[in-house]
Design a protein around this ligand. Sequence first.
Ligand code: ACO
Length: 323
Amino acid sequence: MLRSVVLGVGSSLPRRVMKNADFEGVVETSDEWIVQRTGIRQRHIAAADETTASLGEAAARAALAACGLQPADIDLIVLATSTPNNTFPATAVDIQNRLGMHHGFAFDMQAVCSGFVYAMTTADLYLRGAMAKRALVIGSETFSRILDWTDRSTCVLFGDGAGAVVLEAQQGTGTLVDRGILASSLRSDGAHKDKLFVDGGPSTTGTVGHLRMEGREVFKHAVAMITDVIEATAGAAGISIDQLDWFVPHQANRRIIEASAKKLGIPDEKVVLTVDRHGNTSAASVPLALSEAVADGRIKRGDLVLLEAMGGGFTWGAVLIRW
Ligand code: ACO
């Protein structure tokens, strides 16, 4: 059977770093409050010339360079984002054009913080369905553009950035020894749509709007939803959680990550954490974390890697990969 194998990973972060101390004078908060409640110490914030498309392009180029491929080798781009450059066309086609690609097909996926997990699962289905041979799966966000910078309960949590992977359809044996995506599970429940949302849009206000969140409500559901979908994914693949080599969670909040890992019995040394330096970059957080752990040599060929995310909608999901 065909498997979607990861060939390369890359990332891109805006030049400007905003530390917690930089919020002093912006909103009433403190480094101590932010670190204690979230684990975040700094985040990157995009300048006017840095957009979801430009960051996504840079991450895509880095992922291609990591595996020695060219844009011409790619025939599918799936971009996960909730902060597109324009309402339409899809920012994915902008990135396609920036890469000089005029073949294949490209589209955006919108599942907020779960976007990358949704995009990996979608690209996997296209590759295994033989509709494409090699895909760029990108998570790119500029959440700083939709934050209410007077709301201390949200503006301290998010950051900007992008990450990308190159997937290739390769023949596998259909067993757990195969490299590539071994299993994935996606979930959503719109009953929670008002707990984390943007209060604007083309069809309602005609404006872009600002992010609104009931943080305590999100927190309350997060650990149960995350652990449930991870157990379902591991179960579908026929592996036990202790066989995992690496846990690469969505980087929303250190307390959510630690509580999820603890409930699943995953030891701290297997957890990839970047939330301290990136904040919550929504759909970019998982590929940014992946990129770091691959670049520094932690994630190696043959490792079992579990990606997980949960976000607005609510949406949530997990992807199990043999690296
Ligand atoms: N600085 C100082 N005080 C603050 C700040 C701030 N930046 N923000 C809120 N407070 C205050 C509140 O006003 C409140 O004050 P009050 O008691 O006088 O009313 C107090 O701190 C406690 O507020 P809570 O909202 O109860 O704080 P909590 O401990 O729940 O932490 C947080 C808030 C960090 C948002 C937490 O609820 C959380 O992490 N939730 C998950 C949300 C999340 O991560 N969302 C990301 C997207 S979804 C996802 O990706 C999983």
